[in-house]
Design a protein around this ligand. Structure first.
Ligand code: TRP
Length: 508
């Protein structure tokens, strides 16, 4: 066991950290945006099914391998399934690295909006009654596009990266200290926002929209694909985050119970976030736009401007919530990358942090300055060509699913899954049965594969959902896709081939 990996001070610390990882931008803005795209009430049944069929089982597995091997994903997979499996582990870590870069960019923009909210944005009384001309951007939207077309985001991104480094500087110990304050804080802010939302006139209409089942819409494959992808993202699955966090646990911990607790905490947060956002938007007669970025940076904020009293305070609260929730997620991504490198190369945490900071910051800055790619970007916002959109489409849209698929195939087929199940059952109160093995070996791979294939079919039909389907944009997509594959697979091969500097213990 390498020195200095660290461990959680308490089970509560671990649960807070893992739920802090799960609860992030995905819960507050992506879920309502997806729920709206896929028809509100039509979404939550597939979503609940995704939770029990794929979410909780995959989380049990990720926690189980982390606790069993006490290693982060690539090394854990090497112990379990040999070199081929390690390769898949590094592919996941590289994807996590890419997502970290732009997740931090989004948080940098959140800092910019927070600064705006705390200063003059939303202060003018007339803003409360502001009604935009059709097609025009609102004051908040204009502020956002002005901000991201300047250089300030570089500063914000540096700030967010430094905050991340500060949180992971001592690994589990420092993460635990921070989540003990941040996780309760984000629940508190969320409760304030939901009380505000539902007590506004017509606010309840939004809740009806979210909860009225729409059976007809449920027959569309896209709804199911949306629900399953959302589940991977919101539970932080696929990239070995939960494996890294579980590797700091004591040998005897109940994975089934932890996975259920973390998932239910996450999904209940998501539900109440949905209530808060939909009640606010319906009360303010705002059409919830489907795109997650628009939802986050100008649709919901526009709703907030129409809150009759203390709009500014609510604006500050909303972006503070995004920042707090986002930070507890981004640190888990950073930590997973850092510990994976430490586990293989026996490097000191300090040195890895400096390297990750250098590479990560460069990437985040590239994402934070969309004008570089989209020279037409101004305060009216075109936003069709941002690097962030392109990369998100591949690393997030497919990366998570592909990594999840590789994970279940490795665990189900390259390894005696019954051994892992027996290990999990040793300390679990609710024991996993044979049906779990069948689920992991047959159902999950088929299910994930179907979703990937359906997405690709949809892709070739040119249904990108927004302005990405035409001409030169398609060319850029091909470049982004190629870049993602070459970097992801090439990088993974390189990291797998480099000489291991830690002793590799026999699989337990
Ligand atoms: N779950 C987080 C959210 O909902 C995002 C996140 C953190 C994530 N770590 C991850 C997503 C790992 C995928 C993989 O915002």
């Amino acid at each position: 066991m390498p020195e200095g990996r660290g461990s959680w001070g308490s089970k509560l610390g671990f649960l807070l950290a893992a739920s802090g990882s799960a609860i992030g931008l995905g819960n507050i803005v992506f879920f309502p945006a997806n729920a709206y795209t896929y028809g509100g009430g039509a979404f939550y049944l597939p979503y609940l099914i995704a939770l029990f069929v794929i979410g909780i089982p995959l989380m049990i597995l990720e926690l189980g391998i982390g606790r069993m091997t006490r290693r982060s994903m690539p090394t854990a997979l090497k112990l379990i399934g040999g070199t081929r499996a390690e390769l898949a582990g590094w592919f996941g870590v590289l994807n996590a690295g890419i997502i970290t870069m732009y997740y931090i960019t989004l948080l940098g923009w959140v800092v910019g909006m927070l600064v705006g909210a705390a200063r003059s944005l939303w202060q003018h009384a007339e803003l409360a009654a502001f009604t935009p001309a059709p097609g025009a951007l609102t004051e908040v939207g204009t502020f956002f596009f002005d901000m991201i077309s300047g250089w300030c985001p570089v500063l914000f991104v540096v700030i967010v990266w430094l905050l991340n480094l500060l949180v992971v500087v001592k690994g589990a110990r420092s993460i635990e200290a921070v989540v003990k304050i941040f996780v309760p804080l984000m629940w508190l802010i969320m409760i304030v926002l939901i009380v505000r939302g539902v007590t506004m006139p017509n606010g309840v209409q939004g809740i009806f929209f979210l909860f009225t089942p729409d059976v007809a819409a449920m027959t569309q494959p896209a709804v199911w694909k949306g629900a399953f992808s959302q589940m991977f993202f919101t539970l932080s699955l696929g990239f070995g985050i939960m494996t890294a966090y579980a590797s700091y646990l004591p040998k005897k911990t109940d994975d089934v119970q932890s996975a259920t607790t973390i998932s239910l905490m996450n999904c209940s947060f998501e539900f109440i976030a949905g209530l808060a956002i939909f009640s606010l938007l319906f009360a303010c007669a705002i059409v919830p736009k489907a795109s997650t970025l628009s939802m986050m940076f100008w649709v919901v904020p526009e709703g907030i401007t129409r809150i009759p009293v203390m709009a500014q305070a609510f604006g500050v609260l909303f972006f503070a919530l995004l920042l707090v929730a986002g930070l507890t997620s981004s640190v888990s991504l950073v930590e997973a990358v850092v510990i994976s490198l430490m586990d293989k190369f026996a490097l000191q945490r300090r040195h890895v942090l400096i390297g990750v900071f250098g590479v990560g910051l460069t990437g985040s800055i590239a994402f934070a300055l969309p004008t570089v790619v989209d020279t037409g970007l101004d305060h009216c916002g075109t936003f069709g060509l941002s690097l962030l959109d392109l990369v998100d489409h591949w690393a997030f849209g497919y990366g998570l699913l592909v990594c999840g698929l590789l994970e279940v195939v490795i665990l189900g087929w390259l390894f005696d899954l019954r051994r892992l199940v027996a290990f999990i059952n040793e300390s679990a109160r609710f024991k996993l049965g044979r049906s779990f093995v069948v689920l992991v070996r047959y159902v999950l791979p088929l299910l994930i594969l179907t979703i990937v294939v359906l997405s690709i079919v949809e892709e070739t039909g040119g249904l990108y959902g927004h302005r990405m389907a035409t001409g030169s944009i398609r060319g850029l997509h091909i470049i982004a896709f190629g870049g993602w594959l070459v970097l992801g697979i090439g990088g993974a091969i390189l990291l797998t081939l480099l000489r291991r500097r830690t002793p590799l213990e026999e699989a337990p």
